[in-house]
Design a protein around this ligand. Structure first.
Ligand SMILES: NC(=O)c1ccc[n+]([C@@H]2O[C@H](COP(=O)([O-])OP(=O)(O)OC[C@H]3O[C@@H](n4cnc5c(N)ncnc54)[C@H](OP(=O)(O)O)[C@@H]3O)[C@@H](O)[C@H]2O)c1
Length: 306
């Protein structure tokens, strides 16, 4: 049994991690901020983590063995509009958490992003120099560096994932499903490549990685690269929606404010070697996402914050 403390427990990754991992084998304490998880089954608290002294108190009080730091300002356009807040949450807070984990001898898994690369090349390894294009991406890269400077034993996981959220609209996959089930058209970028991983698969990989003695940067994205258009088509096929509703378009015609990296495929060789097995299959992940939908998980997760 491992005692996990998960920050960002009201967000897409933190909440799904907490729901999937808390139970008989492991124990999870979740930390939310403005959106308390009133009806969640795991123990959870509400904290503004950027306030002085709060991180130290949190670790002293909850005594975790592993902290999974998911809390972030993860909305790319919001970061563009408020760079000071993005820097505080994405760059400074991770350093504070890393230093506190080191002081209290707690293992840290810090969640970062594939977006630290500019996407000109693709298939990036951990050795390649990042080159962020947006405020979100550059503050996340600063966060990685602050973590490893304060605590070289920390694990920095660059991820990309999809799943169901309490807000109902936090992942691209949810947005595809919501629109397609209502018979609405969706744009699918043909020139943005990524490696999406089902959030349940990512949660298992994170638990496994936390239990291994590995440190430094690891790419923990899906095993298969595809365009956002292709991803939408696979989802539509799995859910039985009309694939013709997904319109192939270029990201250059989208009107998005922050620059997006075109090819964010990452090499996962390093984590595969560390785990000693392949990463979960992409199509099996999509089936799990559909299975949750059939069982009413989207409604369940949306009911947790009351
Ligand atoms: N979403 C993606 O597709 C994606 C892709 C690659 C990497 N990532 C990374 O994955 C991680 C999780 O992302 P996500 O999509 O799950 O994010 P999210 O849904 O936007 O959730 C962000 C979480 O951070 C919490 N938070 C923000 N500021 C806080 C503060 N000052 N004090 C305490 N908590 C604070 C929020 O709490 P409240 O809501 O309660 O205020 C929320 O629980 C992030 O590190 C992100 O950069 C995400």
């Amino acid at each position: 049994m491992t005692r996990f403390l998960v920050t960002g427990a009201s967000g897409l990754l933190g909440l799904n991690f907490a729901l999937a991992v808390d139970g008989k084998k492991h124990q999870v304490t979740g930390v939310a901020n403005t959106a308390p998880m009133l009806w969640a089954t795991f123990k959870n608290v509400q904290l503004e983590l950027t306030q002085p002294g709060v991180v130290d108190e949190m670790i002293k009080e909850h005594q975790p063995e592993v902290v999974i730091h998911c809390a972030a300002m993860a909305n790319v356009d919001a970061c563009e509009n408020n760079p000071a807040q993005a820097r505080l949450v994405n760059a400074e807070l991770p350093g504070t958490i890393a230093a506190a984990c080191k002081r209290h001898r707690v293992r840290l898994v810090h969640i970062s992003t594939d977006a630290v690369f500019d996407g000109k090349k693709g298939d990036y390894s951990e050795e390649e120099p990042p080159h962020p294009l947006s405020v979100y991406a550059s503050t996340k890269l600063e966060g990685e560096r602050a973590v490893l400077a304060a605590n070289p034993d920390a694990l920095v996981a660059r991820v990309n994932f999809y799943g169901w959220s309490a807000a109902g609209n936090r992942s691209l996959a949810e947005n595809f499903v919501r629109n397609l089930e209502a018979g609405k058209e969706m744009m699918g970028f043909t020139d943005v490549i990524f490696c999406p991983m089902n959030i349940l698969d990512l949660s298992s990989v994170l638990v496994e990685a936390a239990e291994l003695d590995i440190r430094g940067v690891y790419h923990m994205v899906g095993a298969q690269a595809m365009s956002k258009f292709q991803f939408g088509v696979v989802l539509a096929e799995q859910f039985g929606f009309d694939t013709r509703l997904i319109k192939p378009v270029s990201v250059n015609d989208s009107g998005l404010k922050a620059a997006r990296s075109p090819n964010l495929s990452l090499s996962t060789e390093k984590i595969v070697k560390a785990l000693g097995h392949e990463l979960p299959d992409f199509h099996e992940g999509v089936k799990k996402f559909f299975d949750q939908y059939r069982r009413g998980y989207p409604q369940y997760i949306m009911s947790l914050n009351g």
